[in-house]
Design a protein around this ligand. Sequence first.
Ligand SMILES: CC[C@H](C(=O)O)C(=O)SCCNC(=O)CCNC(=O)[C@H](O)C(C)(C)COP(=O)(O)OP(=O)(O)OC[C@H]1O[C@@H](n2cnc3c(N)ncnc32)[C@H](O)[C@@H]1OP(=O)(O)O
Length: 333
Amino acid sequence: MPELGAGERHLEPERHSGQEQHSWKELPRRLTEMALALWKNFLQITMKRILQQRRLSLYNGAHGYEEEVIKKKLQQFSGGSINLSKEDNGIAILTLNNPKLMNAFSGTMMVELQEKVTELENWKDGKGLIIHGAGNTFCSGSDLNVVKEISNSQDGMNMCMFMQNTLTRLMRLPLISVALVQGKAFGGGAELTTACDFRLMTPGSEIRFVHKHMGLAPGWGGGARLVRIVGSGAALQLLGGAARVEPERARSLGLSEATLGAAEESGALAEARAWLGQYTEGPAAVIRAVKKVVAAGRELPLEVALRTEKDIFGTVWGGPANLQALVRRPKHK
Ligand SMILES: CC[C@H](C(=O)O)C(=O)SCCNC(=O)CCNC(=O)[C@H](O)C(C)(C)COP(=O)(O)OP(=O)(O)OC[C@H]1O[C@@H](n2cnc3c(N)ncnc32)[C@H](O)[C@@H]1OP(=O)(O)O
């Protein structure tokens, strides 16, 4: 006789001891319990998968998105690079490096950005991220030479979905992120700053959504994110007027957190590191949990965000940092 599985054994008939007759009576209740447990398990796995997919990307084939097609196309337009350096303090520095074109995004830089975001998703010790541009300027958006070459609708839609996927994943990283704006953040560069949790600006720098002057509206998700950062009225003014936003106005709109003292690269980076350090000080598991809770609250409907918060809480409750704190019993004066 072949071996029976655990579930099948419950269904074995023809046993006659008193105890077994008792088991038969229990059968409907136990079957209901099993069915309920299976259903709960199925729901949990499905929810987890859906959330995981949502966390990673916005668009897939069902949206007419052709990732491999656009990647192949973008690879044809080279220039510049995206550099990533992960420091021991848990802060990573991502550098947009195409200074000849004011750090405009070539096609290969768009693809490299996606690769660096994947690398950051897999960096389990990370706590913070600073994005800045080489040569004392942030980024002047897409390389207009590339834009011209992909100005047909199919390429445009694919590029838009490619960049939205990448920037959404960047925004959802469990790292507290800062865009360090020196010089100019224009067009897609301005949009990129909105995918970070915070923006810090140096004296003389400006953020400008120049899309209108290019006959465009934002497409990298910067419009939707800008509304959430500054509100719809201010967003409409900045986009509708292609307005120049210098540090003081950015501060008053809530677009920038602080204006740094240094304007040149190494001084500004040092200041940005110190500013971010006040939020990344502490164990990675805790800082990452804090960011995940905020990211869920920012994006998800309240009930889903609350349940997500419960799950994240479960990852730190009774964890090493929590137990050590209970031993130390610090006074929070
Ligand atoms: C959704 C996003 C959107 C899209 O992809 O659909 C975009 O991002 S479209 C691009 C939006 N950005 C622009 O239109 C920026 C245009 N450039 C400028 O306004 C100026 O160059 C500026 C203000 C960024 C810098 O001015 P500055 O006087 O300081 O320097 P130069 O103009 O001499 O610039 C140096 C050099 O860089 C070239 N450059 C600058 N930005 C781009 C760009 N986005 N694409 C290609 N090339 C760019 C500029 O032409 C100069 O090169 P040169 O060979 O000397 O002409």
